[in-house]
Design a protein around this ligand. Structure first.
Ligand code: F6P
Length: 505
């Protein structure tokens, strides 16, 4: 069980992700403001780290001078409550952020892995920043961990770091035994070889990731794609598809699927809180949404992979083709600004705004608005409340590694559940698809029909699906995911010289 697995990991767990779970800013008056970033990854991992009290290394997005840290740049979080772990920030200068985060991570790897090849930009000098920042992470990871520890890396920002950690640690003690166990979860899709072959520096990326003992994706499709890419993209790599392993430079990496979950109990509690109810009442009032108007909800970072424009086109078609929904349902789209210094993101925000305006201009009446669009920050309780209040959630990414909003919506429901409309292009569809109303984001005819089906679903069917979804999301929550990951690592038997071996061993 998880307690046992976590107890084994204990404070020997060292985690690295690009994004930090908290951003502390200190005003002139000494007041601390604590912000949490958008995205379920950091929220989920934070819940885990509170239980194991290890170390989390992340980019210290914000002003280093304005942040109170001890002499080792360590901040103990969260500032409230009893559970703490060490959050260790890596401070990057503007040029590094531009090359490593905006450049390679989000102008190259992000669109490439989402198969948006037309959006991939030139890599240029950014590659040197990416490599250098990865090496800084590797240096911090090597320093924060000890032989025998588990180092757990996250995502596409850190593809080179695993091999760089190896270079810094293995053999450092004079013998050839690999002395850290390295696991890496890749939270976004891994593309087919046909897309990945367009990747600049593709050999180095594969080589970097094969420094891990275990490489994890959310669904088996991505594991298969990775194995194929290793086979085609790295000469000398031996791929055993049946075993799900790649052997390269004398090291064997296990490639496994472990679908991420959400803190389901906490979300359910938040959805039932007074704050949640109060938020929903105020939201309806302030946005002029009648008490009887049904709500559909979408919650996304403003990212071109999320299919928000296509979703709005589907609602437009629904209202045009099925006028009985006019005045009956309002679609609430919550958008969080993201990566705005990249042109593709700024243009996308404009397209979303234009689509909202178009639908509203076409159908709004004096007392009803078809689409309510907000970029306001909403508290976790407010969001959970909105999920519970909604009759349906529309999660329609063009491509998505998992998509935690789908699961958060399910977790927030009570015994009168809403319907989940879900893109068959999301990793979440691989695990939840049979109980959702499926859509393919570019098929507007199908999509509009699906919205109609979801809005018309009879109570019995809605409950049947809602209960099945709730069971899945509860049984496969964030803790269960961590248990799976740690269990997979334990199963490798690294400490006993399991699958990880070096040439000559
Ligand atoms: O999992 C996808 C991901 O890129 C995470 O790594 C990240 O925390 C989240 O989306 C939000 O993106 P960003 O950190 O670039 O704001």
């Amino acid at each position: 069980d998880l307690d046992r697995v976590l107890a084994t990991a204990g404070d020997d767990l060292v985690v690295a992700s690009n994004r930090q779970p908290y951003r502390h800013d200190y005003g002139d008056d000494g007041d601390v403001t604590v912000d949490r970033p958008a995205g379920g990854l950091t929220a989920g991992l934070d819940a885990v780290m509170r239980r194991v009290s290890g170390t989390w290394i992340a980019w210290g997005d914000g002003d280093a001078d304005a942040t109170v840290v001890d002499e080792d740049d360590r901040v103990t979080v969260p500032p409230d409550g009893d559970d703490t772990y060490t959050l260790q920030r890596l401070w990057l200068d503007d040029a590094e952020v531009e090359g490593y985060y905006y450049g390679v991570s989000n102008r190259v790897l992000w669109p490439l892995c989402h198969a948006a090849l037309g959006t991939v930009e030139s890599c240029g000098d950014a590659w040197a920043d990416y490599r250098r920042v990865n090496d800084q992470f590797a240096a911090e990871l090597a320093a924060a961990s000890e032989p025998g520890d588990l180092v757990w890396l996250h995502d596409y920002h850190l593809a080179l770091a695993p091999q760089q950690v190896r270079e810094r640690t293995d053999g450092a003690s004079g013998d050839s035994t690999p002395n850290r166990t390295l696991a890496h979860t890749w939270h976004i899709p891994w593309p087919s070889w046909d897309s990945f072959r367009a990747c600049p520096h593709r050999e180095e990326i594969l080589d970097g990731l094969l420094g891990n003992d275990v490489l994890l994706f959310h669904v088996p499709r991505y594991c298969e794609n990775f194995l194929r890419c290793a086979e085609r993209g790295l000469s000398g790599a031996e791929v055993d598809r049946e075993a799900g392993t790649v052997t390269h430079r004398g090291r064997t990496t296990a490639v496994r699927a472990a679908p991420m979950g959400v803190p389901a109990d906490r979300i359910r509690e938040q959805a039932g809180s007074m704050e949640a109810t109060g938020f929903c009442a105020a939201f309806r009032k302030n946005r002029g949404i009648d008490r009887d108007t049904r709500l559909a909800v979408g919650v996304d970072r403003l990212d071109y992979t999320k299919g928000i424009v296509e979703r709005l086109e589907a609602f437009e078609r629904l209202f045009a083709e099925r006028p009985r929904w006019l005045g009956e349902v309002t679609f609430v789209q919550v958008g969080t600004e993201s990566r705005s210094s990249i042109d593709a993101y700024r243009r996308y925000q404009e397209r979303v705004e234009a689509a909202v305006e178009r639908v509203n201009d076409r159908f709004a009446t004096d007392d009803w608005q078809p689409v309510v669009y907000t970029t306001d920050m909403i508290s976790n309780e407010g969001l959970a409340g909105l999920y519970r209040e909604a009759d349906l959630a529309v999660v329609s990414p063009i491509r998505d590694g998992m998509n935690l909003v789908a699961q958060e919506f399910v977790a927030a429901q009570d015994d009168d559940p809403g319907v989940l409309v879900l893109s068959d292009q999301a990793g979440a569809h691989d695990v939840l698809g049979e109980w959702t109303v499926s859509v393919r984001p570019h098929d507007t005819v199908w999509f509009a029909d699906a919205l109609d089906e979801a809005l018309s679903m009879d109570e019995r069917e809605r409950r049947r699906r809602g209960n099945a979804l709730a069971d899945y999301v509860t049984d496969n929550d964030i803790e269960s995911w961590v248990g799976t990951v740690l269990g997979t690592v334990a199963g490798l038997g690294h400490a006993d010289g399991g699958v990880t071996t070096r040439a000559g061993d």
